[in-house]
Write a protein that binds this ligand. Sequence first.
Ligand code: ADP
Length: 140
Amino acid sequence: MAIERTLSIIKPDATKRNLTGKIIAKFEEAGLRVIAQKRIHLTKAQAGTFYVVHKERPFYDELCEFMASEPVVVQVLEGEGAISKNREVMGATNPADAAEGTVRAEFAESVGENSVHGSDAPETAAEEISYFFSGLELVG
Ligand code: ADP
């Protein structure tokens, strides 16, 4: 499988509860390497642009409020099949459906406050990485 890069976000519910290190450990144990990382506090407008694909969904406003409520840690993860591997480590969107041992099964509080974001395809990964990082910041 090809080496890929994916955009990961450790969301406000997790940074607030000081779970950043435990979540990164799960990524690293799965063979993903953190090649860029920063802690930022998004504005609601910045969160809205990032999640614009969900603009028409009923939870959009709540999602943007949540993403701007506390700092987040944005990262680029690299590895073999990184996009799907990261999604596996994250678990299902709703923690009630997430497989045992996944980040969301262990740490997520609800379907909205679910601890992590991960890109879902190569095109969105490229777009999402460039939303947060310049090429110079990716140190593979
Ligand atoms: P994923 O993050 O697993 O790719 P989606 O792209 O479907 O999931 O949704 C993006 C984010 O929107 C979710 O991670 C979650 O924070 C929020 N979300 C999704 N569905 C709901 C819902 N039914 N109610 C509240 N928030 C939701």
